[in-house]
Structures are given as C-alpha cells and as structure tokens.
Write a protein that binds this ligand. Structure first.
Ligand code: FES
Length: 108
C-alpha cells in the first residue's frame, strides 16, 4: 500500500484494511506522525514522547492511552495529555477523518 501525501492531508488507506490495534507512521508537517486504531477509532499523534524525544510507535495501547516504551509515560489518545510521569507536556495531536471508506490524517 502506498501512502499519498499532499500538504493538507495524508491518505492512510482503506478503513477496512486497518485493523484494530494497527500502528503506522507518516510524515506530515515535517514530523513523524503515529496513526493507530483503538476500539474502532483512529487517532494520530506526533510520534515523539515529550519526555525525551523517544518514538511512541510500538507502545502498548490500553484504556485509550499509549505508553512510551522508554520510561513508561502515558498519553491520552483523544487529547494528547500526559497522564503519568515522567512526561508532563502534551503530545501534539493530528486530525483523523474517514471519508468514502478511506482514512486520512491532517494537521489540526
Ligand atoms: S522518553 Fe518517553 S517516558 Fe521517557
């Protein structure tokens, strides 16, 4: 599957091909953005922990939060807020949309 990019939004793929629990990254606005599906919803957030700039991709997702694998900080997927130490700053969020069965991500 190829990822199409323009300056406004990035096409991730058909919703039907993106199963629960999938994670992928795309480049958007010059940063790496983590896109994932959790409990049927799509979420997109900057792929960097705000504690020490470690990639969030691959972190465990549960209770609508993703856990940084480095030191265990948790971020709320819907708001980007840091919910446990050692991170205190929120992670940047991006918009996800499903249109015509395709999933897209764009800057908020
Ligand atoms: S780098 Fe993520 S918790 Fe430290």
């Amino acid at each position: 599957m190829s990822v199409t990019q323009n300056s406004e939004r990035v096409q991730i793929g058909p919703e039907a091909d993106l199963p629960e629990g999938f994670q992928t990254t795309v480049e958007l606005d010059g940063v790496s953005v983590l896109v994932l599906r959790h409990e049927g919803q799509f979420y997109a957030l900057r792929n960097n922990c705000t504690h020490q700039d470690y990639p969030l991709q691959g972190g465990e997702v549960s209770m609508a939060r993703i856990t940084c694998q480095k030191h265990g900080a948790k971020f709320e997927l819907a708001t980007g807020k840091a919910k446990s130490l050692p991170a205190v700053k929120p992670v940047r969020l991006f918009r996800t949309e499903v249109e015509g069965g395709m999933v897209y991500v764009s800057p908020l």
